[in-house]
Design a protein around this ligand. Structure first.
Ligand SMILES: Cc1cc2nc3c(=O)[nH]c(=O)nc-3n(C[C@H](O)[C@H](O)[C@H](O)COP(=O)(O)OP(=O)(O)OC[C@H]3O[C@@H](n4cnc5c(N)ncnc54)[C@H](O)[C@@H]3O)c2cc1C
Ligand SMILES: NC(=O)c1ccc[n+]([C@@H]2O[C@H](COP(=O)([O-])OP(=O)(O)OC[C@H]3O[C@@H](n4cnc5c(N)ncnc54)[C@H](O)[C@@H]3O)[C@@H](O)[C@H]2O)c1
Length: 471
């Protein structure tokens, strides 16, 4: 039986980073993947496809130019599902090619098949052709990710009642759509289809959406969605989803209200892909949502030679954080411990418009009783914003009045997911409001919004006490 220093199950962001990290440390590494290609949910059904779809929609609709040419402006008049898919296939091919090359040049071995435990060090892998092989690992990393939650009472058919995997294979762009669940997946797809002029209704049992984002940013975002006629129904649960004789879908809410549309996207959460791993054989137990408990610093499970990283360990369930978790887990597994990660990581929501955030929200700052001041910049105040025809977009920073340090940065609008990294760097390097006031920013850029927001806060915070004294 082949023996490896590290066996990784799953080739998504967590698995691939872990494998390459261990290989760089000259360990023998095997990645087992049940899918036809490497990349995981991130490359094949999640991050990359949804972001490629978003980019295609923004390009073909001419969305970014509408500030100049009006809401009816379109680059391509009739946009078909085939138009949307074409770019997707090219992007995915490139991603897979890069990953395969990385594995090859780092001598990471691969095995295609479904893995399950025989004992804490031995895995049984059933290949596509039915052949069964056994492999042993000194350490094993579970990077098996998640799949969409599909309740039994909903009759998914892949074309009119869909989950977020199916949506990449639709044959027609729907004229109307109901999105069940206003989590990140639901909101990203709802706003992408709304940009295609699909009439979108979102149903969410909570009283609002994206409750981990600064409230002022969510309010601005919500206003923009409603302004373009998206219907947001909060505080209501979708109970029944059925097809009528005409092929349309009816969604019955708990209140009795009935909604109709050509398509329903069910995006109410995901479950860990642990049910087929035969966890009993290694002594691990998953929770009711298929997730595994780990030490948050090392990603070690209760069984010392078994690690878990990525979406299967739950929050924050991002490709970005999964990669880091995988790297840290691999280092620990091969006895090369990693440094502690910086305190703050960013969160990027690729809705239309984008939202991105890092650090504390205003609500969290208030709960902690920290005296603070906010600085706000609207993109329409920047020259770059004028050139781009931006009518919306804002950047908000929160500073401590005591230490003058940046506590949080929150952005909604064009380029938010890129812009946030300036704030993230200042946050993690413990910078103060003076950084934004005293540094020169390229002009004209959207990054100038940092300067404007910094000055806005500084005007209310006043001079540094030392400067006041020496003046
Ligand atoms: C629609 C959507 C959009 C998203 N957008 C973003 C985004 O913009 N930014 C972001 O940071 N994150 C985003 N995410 C989240 C991101 O995709 C995940 O955080 C990330 O893919 C998790 O990586 P992972 O390594 O844990 O596992 P996954 O990417 O889920 O990969 C797990 C792999 O394990 C394999 N596997 C499972 N069980 C077995 C087994 N028994 N044997 C062999 N192989 C197995 C699977 O086939 C799969 O390839 C999005 C997710 C979705 C669904
Ligand atoms: N840009 C990104 O970083 C990005 C994008 C997509 C997904 N993700 C990750 O993927 C994970 C899963 O996302 P998700 O959106 O599926 O899950 P989620 O759990 O975040 O959201 C599901 C939503 O559905 C709602 N819901 C539950 N039952 C319902 C019902 N019967 N009717 C209506 N609504 C109902 C829930 O209240 C919740 O708001 C997230 O943790 C996220 O981090 C990240």
């Amino acid at each position: 039986m082949q023996q490896y220093d590290l066996i990784v199950i799953g080739s998504g962001p967590a698995g691939r980073r872990a494998a390459i990290q261990a290989a760089k440390l000259e360990k023998t590494v095997l990645v087992i993947e049940r899918g036809g290609h490497v990349g995981g949910v991130s490359v094949h059904t999640g991050t990359i496809p949804s972001k490629t779809l978003r980019e295609t929609v923004l390009n073909l609709t001419g969305w970014r130019e509408r500030g100049f040419y009006g809401r009816s402006y379109r680059v391509k008049q009739q946009i078909s599902a085939e138009d949307l898919r074409r770019r997707l296939l090219i992007t995915l091919d490139h991603e897979v090619d890069v990953l395969e090359h990385q594995f090859n040049r780092n001598r990471v071995q691969q095995l295609r098949g479904m893995a399950k435990f025989r004992d804490a060090n031995t895995l049984e892998v059933t290949k596509d052709d039915g052949e069964v092989v056994h492999v042993r690992g000194t350490s094993i990393l579970l990077a098996v990710g998640t799949r969409p939650y599909r309740p039994a009472h909903i009759d998914f058919d892949g074309q009119t009642i869909l989950d977020s995997d199916d949506i990449l294979h639709i044959k027609d762009v729907p004229r109307s759509m109901i999105v069940i669940g206003a989590g990140v997946i639901g909101i990203e797809y709802a706003t992408i289809f709304s940009a295609l002029d699909t009439v979108v209704t979102v149903v969410e049992p909570r009283d609002g959406m994206l409750d981990f984002i600064d409230k002022e940013i969510v309010e601005d975002f919500t206003y923009q969605l409603r302004d373009r006629n998206m219907k947001l129904i909060f505080g209501q649960t979708a109970e029944k989803v059925e097809k009528d004789e005409g092929g349309k879908v009816r969604v019955t809410l708990k209140s009795g209200r009935v909604l109709g549309a050509e398509m329903v996207l069910f995006a109410a959460g995901r479950v860990g892909a642990t049910d087929t791993l035969n966890l009993e054989a290694c002594g691990l137990v998953a929770d009711s949502r298929g997730r595994l408990k780990v030490n948050p610093e090392t990603f070690q499970t209760d069984v010392p030679n078994i690690y878990a990283a990525g979406d299967v360990v739950g929050f924050p369930s991002l490709a970005s954080t999964s990669m880091e978790q995988g790297r840290i887990a691999a280092r620990h597994a091969v006895r090369a411990p990693a440094q502690d990660p910086p305190q703050y990581f960013p969160y990027g929501i690729y809705a239309v418009p984008e939202i991105s955030t890092c650090g504390l929200t205003e609500e969290e700052v208030r709960q902690r009783g920290i005296p603070y001041e906010c600085g706000i910049a609207h993109f329409r105040e920047t020259s770059r914003g004028h050139i781009m025809g931006l009518e919306s977009g804002m950047l908000k920073m929160i500073f401590s009045l005591k230490t003058r340090r940046l506590l949080g940065v929150h952005i909604v609008g064009e380029g938010a997911t890129e812009l946030v990294h300036i704030g993230q760097a200042v946050l993690n390097l413990k910078g103060t409001v003076e950084y934004f006031v005293e540094n020169t920013f390229n002009y004209p850029t959207l990054a100038e919004a940092y300067k404007i927001a910094g000055l806005d806060a500084w005007n209310r915070m006043g001079e540094l006490p030392a400067k006041k004294a020496s003046a």
